[in-house]
Design a protein around this ligand. Structure first.
Ligand code: GLC
Length: 549
């Protein structure tokens, strides 16, 4: 039997037992996208009271924490990732007391709450930017952003060749002739993090939400805050293709780490293990690990895992590299399959066949939840929701869709409001049957609603509930830091997880055929129906099994 054990920790590393006191090390964190989770007031847009009312659902689901995407005052040029006031709740989502209620209610139910913080850029309606515009070239307020004169005799060309992540140039010219940098939409001017006032402001924003009681932050575009000195040209025409693969002078600059050291001190000064997770799209998991060195943040999203296809060798490789890289800095690995920026994984993994996509999605969930570390779920994956691929252009809101002339319309399709119950849209998303929802739901979601799945043992919802309940009970699910690969047929992954509290084997058949293997133990949970024999078991195509061993 061949085995691979991921790199051992140095002898002075904290023990598993000590690590388990740090809740974020193996937490299952559920992303709530406030626009689309639950609409309390019937205006077609999700809101904070809607979320609060549904917190018991999340407690029952069995997650440990909730991450809320932005609900701050915003003109919504990028669905709230364009913040006009970091200390105010947008009226469309509710009020500050509503946020306070949400956090209190979550804590009463034993759920932690982390909120998004958006430090790379603000809204063009933010008062600093408004003032910078008003005061004109040379104003000290312009130094809080990246204002530059243009190139060319009349300054009519952008200061450099950087492109916006959403397509088009990363610079916009204002009426007085200056240009300003926006790595995302023109309505999202980038802050200049070389300016002390920006540091001071965000220290204060963090404290504001920590004082309100949040358990931590998800840091938006954590890799973007520092730009290479002199803002050098890249000399490449399709920069979006480089992102996450190759170094660019506006992302993942070493200077960002000083900011997170500063922030860690703030988090540590509060009681209750406040934690932060970096949204850092870096070229490698090794670069991501730098964000979670002991004096920086607690977690970083593992986008290399998210972008790995349904391929046994590739998944095994990314799992090994992730564990090695994260263990080397004593940080937990994190795993994620979906979020509000990517095609839902039941569709991504489908290869054009929705039933296959759902089978694989369920298997992928068991794989993810068996790995050492923390896992992120995106709202609706527990219902097996597919991507909505047929939204009419006129209802789309994603700025990326418009800036790329529709080539990149992928982000609205994963943001369609959740179906909760009932026969007619919006399927309980809002209080009124037949009432509005900001994006239309497909009719077929009637059968995918929470109410439709509740109590049906074959449903994806009940499958998630069983998986998360087992994860709470079994320390080898999520706990520890290592795994041991076991011999398995081609296209099958099999690994053992051993922690002081118990041992577990996870088998994933990524092939299109059932595979017969020696029975590794007693079935704890399987993603497809299974009929295990005493000596051998046939594991169906595209399915996964947890075995108590
Ligand atoms: C992050 C968010 C994304 C947003 C972008 C700009 O990638 O996840 O939704 O558009 O940052 O803030």
């Amino acid at each position: 039997m061949t085995q691979h054990v991921t790199a051992a920790l140095p002898a002075d590393a904290p023990s598993d037992a000590a690590a388990r006191r740090e809740w974020w090390r193996d937490a299952v964190i559920y992303q709530v996208y406030p626009r689309s989770f639950a609409d309390g007031d019937g205006d077609g847009m999700g809101d904070l009271p809607g979320i609060t009312a549904r917190l018991p659902y999340l407690q029952r689901l069995g997650v440990d924490a909730v991450w809320l995407s932005p609900f701050y005052l915003s003109p919504q040029a990028d669905a709230g990732y364009d913040v006009a006031d970091y200390r105010a709740v947008d009226p469309m989502f509710g009020t500050l007391p509503d946020a306070d209620d949400l956090v209190r209610e979550a804590h009463a139910l034993g759920l932690r709450v982390i909120v998004d913080v958006v430090p790379n850029h603000c809204s063009d309606q933010h008062k600093w930017f408004a003032r910078a515009l008003r005061e004109g070239p040379g104003s000290p307020w312009r130094e809080r952003f990246h204002f530059r004169p243009g190139k060319g005799a009349d300054g009519s060309e952008p200061p450099n060749d950087w492109e916006s992540v959403f397509g088009g140039p990363a610079w916009t010219r204002v009426a007085d002739g200056d240009w300003y940098l926006h790595l995302f939409a023109p309505e999202q001017p980038d802050f200049n993090w070389q300016h002390p006032a920006v540091h001071e402001e965000f220290r204060s924003v963090l404290r504001f939400w920590l004082d309100l009681g949040v358990d931590g932050f998800r840091i938006d575009v954590a890799h973007g805050l520092i730009k290479a000195a002199g803002l050098p040209d890249i000399g490449h025409g399709e920069q979006v293709k480089l992102l996450g693969k190759q170094a660019v002078p506006y992302f993942d600059q070493d200077g960002v780490h000083e900011i997170y050291r500063e922030w860690r001190q703030i988090l540590d000064a509060y009681e209750g293990e406040r934690a932060a997770v970096a949204e850092a799209w870096t070229p490698t998991v090794e670069r991501s690990a730098l964000y979670i060195r002991p004096d920086e943040l607690h977690q970083a999203f593992n986008f290399e895992y998210l972008t790995t296809g349904w391929d046994a060798a590739a998944l095994r490789a990314v799992i090994d590299r992730s564990l090695d890289a994260m263990n080397a800095v004593h940080a937990p690995a994190t795993w994620v399959l979906s979020n509000h920026d990517v095609v839902r994984h039941s569709t991504r993994l489908a290869d054009g066949d929705a039933a296959r996509g759902l089978r694989r999605a369920r298997a992928a969930t068991l794989l993810m939840l068996a790995l050492p570390g923390s896992a992120y779920l995106y709202q609706g994956e527990e219902l097996g929701l597919p991507e909505v691929t047929e939204l009419p252009d006129e209802v789309r809101q994603d700025p990326a869709f418009f800036r790329t002339r529709g080539q990149d319309g992928t982000r609205d399709g994963c943001r369609v409001p959740l179906p909760w119950s009932g026969e007619r849209a919006p399927f309980g998303f809002g209080p009124v049957e037949g009432g509005p929802s900001w994006l239309p739901q497909p009719d077929s979601w009637r059968d995918l609603s929470v109410a439709a799945q509740e109590g049906d043992p074959g449903s994806t919802l009940e499958f998630y509930r069983r998986a998360l309940a087992a994860r709470r009970e079994h320390p080898a699910l999520g706990g520890g830091r290592h795994l041991e690969w076991l011999d398995a047929p081609d296209g099958v992954l099999s690994f053992r997880r051993t922690t002081p509290g118990g041992t577990l084997v996870c088998t994933v058949n990524l092939t299109a055929e059932a595979v017969t293997i020696p029975t590794p133990g007693t079935v704890l949970l399987s993603s497809a129906e299974l009929d295990p024999g005493a000596a051998e078991v046939s594991v169906p195509a595209d399915s996964a099994v947890w075995w108590a061993a």
